[in-house]
Structures are given as C-alpha cells and as structure tokens.
Ligand binder design. Structure first.
Ligand code: NAI
Length: 498
C-alpha cells in the first residue's frame, strides 16, 4: 500500500460514518443480479449505509404506471436524496414514458456526469491512458421535447437554452473539477453557428470561469472537440457541454476509453441524485450470473462520493482496480492469460470484497477527493438582470405551396399586406434568404419565414392586425416569433445570405 493511501484507508474505519439511507431500484434484465452483487460490496465497505428498496421498470409498467415509476418512488428518492438504479428494459409499443426522463424531469436532475477512464493494459482500449469526465446539461436544449410538424414538408424541434440553466451546469462543472482535483474545464458548443443559444452557453461558461482562477478554462467548437476526444483525449480533463452534444460526446469518450461496459454515470439535481450504469438491461444474458456488475459498482462509488462518504468510495474503487489488475473478470471483459480467472457476477463481487483495503499496483489509485459542494443558485427570475425589451417586428412562418413556390410571387403579395405598421424585410426558406433578390439555387420547401419589421414600436394589436390581413388573404400562418431588442441588442438571428 502506498504511503499516501495508508492513512486514508486505515485512519478511520468506514463504520464511523453517520447512518444514511439511499433508495435502490434493481431494475430489469440483469438489474436484480448486478444490484445484489453491488449491495453486498457496499454493505462490506460502508456498513452504516442502508437501502430502501423501490420498484421501477417493467413491474411498475405492468402495475399501470405509464412512466414505469410511481409517485411513492419519487417521494422516496426525494426523501433520501439519492437512488442507485439498475437498468430498465424499455417496453415495446407506444404509450410508455421513460423512467429516466421522468426521474430527470420530476427531480430536476440537471447534470449528467460520465467519467471515461481506460484501464489499459488490463482492459483493451483504443485510447490507453484516458481519463476524462463529460458533464452534460440534462434538461434543456432539443431534449425539452417540444416538436411540431408545421407543413407537409417541414418539422421543427425547439432548442431552448436558458441563462439559469447554463449558469447551473457551468458552475457545477467548475465545482466538480475543483472538488475532484482536476485542472482544466473545456466548454464545447457550436457558438459559431448558433450565436444566441450556444453563444449564451459559452458566454456564461466564460463568466463562471472567472470565479475559478486556479482552473484552466477553454472553449472549443463541438465538432473538432469531438474529433479530438477520439484522437487526442489526453488534451481533456473535464468537459462541459449542452444536452445533445453531451449525449454524443460522452458515448464517443466511453467508446474510445474501452470502458463503456464498466462505466457508471450520475444525474445530479439540487436536492437529489440518481446513479446508474451506462449499459442497459442486457436481457440476452439475464439470470445467468455472467453479467458484469462493474458499471453499477462505479455508479455506487460516484454515489458515495456525492454523499461525502469518501472512505468507502476509495475502498471500493481501489479494491475494484486491484481485481481488474489481477485478471479476475466476468466473461465480457475476460482475456485468457497466466493467473487470470473468469468469474460470475457474484464471484466477482466476492473478489472485490476480499480486496477491500488493498490498492492497485499499476492503475492510479483513488487517494482523496471531496464531495462536490452543493451548488446554490439564486431563484430563477432574481438572478438574471431584467433588460429593457422592445418589440421591433415579427417573423411569420407560412405554409405556402402556390405559384410553383416562386419567392417573388410570395414576396410581392406580402409587401402589399405588410402596411401600414410593418415593412417586409426578408423572406427565407430553411433559413436562406430568397426574397428580395434571394438565392435562386436553394431548395424551396413549403415553409417560409417572413420577417416583418415594425415601422413604429410594434405591439400585440398591430401584430394581430397583420395576422388578420394574412389570414383574409388566404395565407396559412403556422407560427409567429416576436422580434425583440434587449437593451438595444437584437434578440434574433439574421437571415443567412441576407
Ligand atoms: P445493453 O447495454 O443492455 O446490451 C448491449 C450488449 O452488451 C448486450 O450484448 C449485452 O449482453 C451486453 N451487456 C450489457 N451490459 C452488460 C453487463 N453488465 N455485463 C455483460 N454484458 C453486458 O443494450 P441494449 O441491448 O441496446 O438494450 C437492452 C435494454 O436496455 C433495452 O430495453 C434498452 O432500452 C435498455 N437500456 C436501458 C438503459 C437504462 O436503464 N439506463 C440504458 C440503455 C439501454
């Protein structure tokens, strides 16, 4: 045992920790067997931790819970502040809601934390030596689930990004880095294209970085960032990004680290948190005692760290690394070799329990770390300063499929209908300017964005009058977006090619 670790492991017995209860849901498929293996390790390392068992997933769906999770479970998670959750089998057919989405939304689990670590040479990895944590915003972006079909040809998904949402996730990423002894936080966005939404995320990241002068803060465009994650992951430490990018990036990171089957993830909220393996319920191998409990065990380690139970977290993590080093592995990760041993789910847990108190010889042991301090935010509405907001026009989206879709015909009709309160500034199709003097080569769909600039300060009544004129002319306005200036700055994007 290294000198650094000796005091940590031996100075205080884990059972001196205060009693604490967490909710546990075994889930479906291999869930029950990996959960029982993980709970045995937890009980050995942290006897003061107890478990409130709840039912989610297939049994809950069968009992008539459309979201696979009952209110009693949500109440239990809120009461205990944490749930360790096994994987859930998503039922086939419509009418079912995802347990994870429900948990995320109802409990406000805004941060998804996914470490990607390679365990080379004990586990094969495309990128040996990788150690990156992806922190993904969990509630906003295109995942708000607000989608509409607006014409025969065009569908939309709203990307919503809020200042409090960005502040919360960026601050969490810096707090996480500080608490876990990390040195750098990289923000990834596509702010060069989405200047308002992704631009806000980047701006808030840069503002937040000022409070953490000891940490390196950098911004990267998501496409090159993802490519670099696959080819040069050593350049990254903690990465924070928006929901959709984070979903993709965390899978790329896990894949090249070789540890996707061994990885745990945390979903953190203000008052509670959910911990689970990254993999699914593996129904193909359920009930055979061959599943690898490592992903859920890593999730359990993250849970202990989150609860401030650093000693049992370090005990388990180090014993698990030692088990990997000794070549004691379940079938999915096992490679034959001298001294190596293929074991079942429960025997793997036994091997980890036997090694509690031991540390790895070659892989990096866990020496220290503190729980991430709770991030306290101002209540929404009071934190963001109110600006002077002025309505300066309206974008009207039309479903229009006449005159061979000639933008000139539409533009001239709209100019005649715009007055007296508005002038027609531009018509775009799929964001590209097509009138006046637009790009003749772009593909024109049946969905037109028509920008009306107000002559004087516009108001709801002048917009309503404009919409009435359009409707009386037989034009189908499928949606409107008001154009505002905030403190004199345009709160809307310009047309491409304008
Ligand atoms: P999966 O991750 O369950 O399985 C993919 C492959 O990996 C299978 O060959 C499986 O046997 C293997 N595998 C997964 N975990 C393993 C483990 N611990 N030990 C050894 N081998 C393991 O993904 P799949 O098949 O796409 O999904 C199965 C079900 O799980 C679906 O209903 C899916 O919706 C659900 N799922 C649930 C998740 C969750 O609750 N967080 C996450 C991902 C999928």
């Amino acid at each position: 045992m290294s000198a650094v670790l000796a005091p940590l492991i031996n100075s205080a017995a884990p059972d001196t920790l205060p009693a604490r209860t967490v909710a546990v849901a075994a889930g479906d498929g291999i869930g029950p067997e990996i959960t029982s293996a993980v709970l045995r390790v937890l009980a050995a390392a942290d006897p003061a931790l107890s478990f409130h068992h709840v039912t989610v997933g297939l049994k809950a769906y069968a009992a008539g819970e459309a979201s696979g999770i009952g209110q009693d479970v949500l109440d239990a998670v809120a009461r205990h502040g944490a749930i360790l959750k096994g994987p859930i089998t998503t039922p086939q057919g419509g009418g079912y809601k995802s347990v994870n989405v429900t948990l995320r939304k109802v409990l406000g689990l805004y941060a998804n934390v996914r470490p990607s670590i390679s365990y080379h040479p004990f586990i094969t990895a495309l990128q040996p030596g990788m150690d990156v944590v992806v922190i993904r915003e969990n509630e906003e972006d295109t995942y708000a689930g607000i989608e509409h079909r607006q014409s025969d040809e065009v569908y939309q998904c709203l990307k919503l990004v809020s200042r409090p949402g960005c502040e919360r996730i960026c601050r969490y990423a810096f707090e996480y880095a500080r608490a876990h002894g990390r040195r750098k936080v990289t923000c990834m966005t596509k702010s060069n294209i989405m200047k308002l939404t992704d631009g806000l995320f980047q701006r808030v990241f840069e503002e937040t970085a000022r409070d953490y002068p000891e940490l390196v803060a950098e911004h990267m465009i998501i496409d090159i960032g993802t490519a670099r994650m696959a080819s040069r992951p050593a350049e990254f430490d903690v990465v924070v990004t928006l929901n959709l990018y984070g979903d993709i990036l965390s899978d790329v990171a896990a894949e090249v680290s070789g540890s996707i089957g061994l990885a745990g993830s945390a979903n953190i909220g203000r008052e509670c948190a959910m911990f689970e393996a990254v993999h699914g319920s593996a129904p193909d191998i359920a009930g055979r005692d061959i599943a690898n409990p490592s992903g859920m065990l890593q999730a359990a380690v993250m849970m202990l760290q989150h609860l401030g139970r650093e000693r049992p977290a370090a005990l388990i993590r180090n014993a698990w690394l030692r088990t990997l080093e000794e070549g004691i592995l379940t079938a999915d990760a096992y490679r034959p070799g001298p001294g190596r041993r293929q074991v079942g789910t429960q025997e793997f847990a036994d091997a980890v329990i036997e090694r509690l108190g031991q540390v790895p010889r070659r892989l990096a042991p866990v020496a220290e770390g503190q729980a991430v301090p709770e991030v306290r935010l101002q209540p929404p509405g009071s934190a963001t300063p109110r600006s002077s907001k002025r309505l300066v026009g309206v974008d009207v989206f039309l479903d229009w499929d006449e005159a061979g879709r000639d933008p000139g015909v539409l533009g001239r009709r709209l100019e005649a209908l715009a007055g007296p309160d508005f002038t027609l500034a531009v018509v775009t199709n799929r964001g590209v300017k097509v009138y006046p003097g637009g790009n003749a080569r772009t593909l024109c769909t049946d969905h037109w964005r028509c920008r009306f600039q107000a002559q004087e300060a516009a108001g709801p009544t002048t917009i309503a009058a404009l919409l009435l004129r359009l409707a009386e002319a037989g034009l189908d306005a499928v949606k409107t977006e008001n154009l505002y200036e905030f403190d004199g700055q345009a709160g809307y994007s310009q047309a491409q090619g304008a």
